[in-house]
Design a protein around this ligand. Structure first.
Ligand SMILES: [Zn+2]
Length: 274
């Protein structure tokens, strides 16, 4: 792992210096590393719930599903996109890294000289990331208040994570890259059809982003086959509509024993304007 650290103190904003077990700023605010290696940089004042972010049950569902590599095509496409644009000694931040499924694979596909950091607001997810990936720096933090220094990153990766334009612009160097993965219109269509009376397509917004130049869209589609109820339910848990599903729809979901379903993602590449 390169020595380069991008973390800043969530109390005063000074750069943090890393030692073996903790990180400290020049004003002596000190943050201990957890046993798994991550550091919690989420200030208590920004912690609106006891366990902010995805709860352990959601993290578990996503982890179990992803561990079966149903989304390996997206993982590979992301690694290719990152390698195409990141300089050989680049600093990459995964903002909203979840349990590190994409982060770790990206880290493993890059030269040693690159530095990779991951931030997520879910402590459960970050702890899992840090346990299975010792070559990436992980911190608990919000993408809307990234514990990351100004103009410190050559690339920011955002996979199904909230878009925080002002923060992304702040932490990226001039002409640095933003790589976003979003679901396209027909993503998981057969799953929606099986569960809902009136399924609707995902809305894909126009690609314009303030302060960024749009460079490229990479489509990544593959039909996947789920042969058991557990995987189908885990996949459903990962979707944003899992929250607003009624009892009869849940029954339909639970009755599904196998499902062929289209996955459809778009990887969007942007460059920060000078
Ligand atoms: Zn400080």
């Amino acid at each position: 792992m390169s020595d380069l650290s991008v973390w800043i103190c969530p109390v005063c904003g000074e750069l943090l210096t890393e030692s073996e077990n903790s990180l400290k700023c020049s004003k002596n605010h000190c943050f201990d590393k957890a046993r798994s290696g991550y550091v919690n940089l989420l200030p208590v004042s920004r912690k609106h719930a006891r366990l902010p972010g995805d709860n352990p049950e959601m993290v578990r569902a996503r982890r179990d599903f992803l561990s079966k590599n149903y989304y390996q095509h997206l993982q590979n496409a992301l690694c290719d996109a990152v390698r195409n644009y990141l300089p050989p000694d680049g600093v990459l931040l995964d903002a909203g890294c979840g349990e590190g499924y994409y982060t770790k694979k990206i880290r493993d596909s890059l030269p040693e000289s690159c530095s990779v950091c991951g931030v997520d607001i879910s402590k459960t997810a970050v702890d899992f990331s840090a346990r299975q990936d010792k070559h990436t720096r992980y911190a608990v933090g919000s993408v809307f208040h990234l514990p990351v220094d100004d103009l410190s990153c050559d690339m920011l990766v955002s996979v199904f994570a909230p878009y925080a334009g002002t923060e992304f612009v702040r932490v990226l160097k001039p002409h640095a890259f933003l790589v976003m993965a979003i679901p396209s219109a027909r993503h998981l269509w057969e799953l929606k059809q099986a569960v809902y009376d009136n399924p609707y397509e995902n809305q894909v917004k126009d690609y314009h982003l303030e302060n960024f130049r749009f460079l490229e869209k990479i489509s990544c589609e593959q039909k996947i086959f789920l042969d058991n109820s557990k995987d189908i339910q885990n996949l459903f848990q990962m979707t944003p509509y899992a929250y607003r599903t009624g009892a009869s729809e849940r029954e339909r979901l639970q009755a599904l024993q196998s499902l062929g379903v289209q996955t459809a993602f778009e990887i969007l590449i942007y460059q920060k304007e000078a």
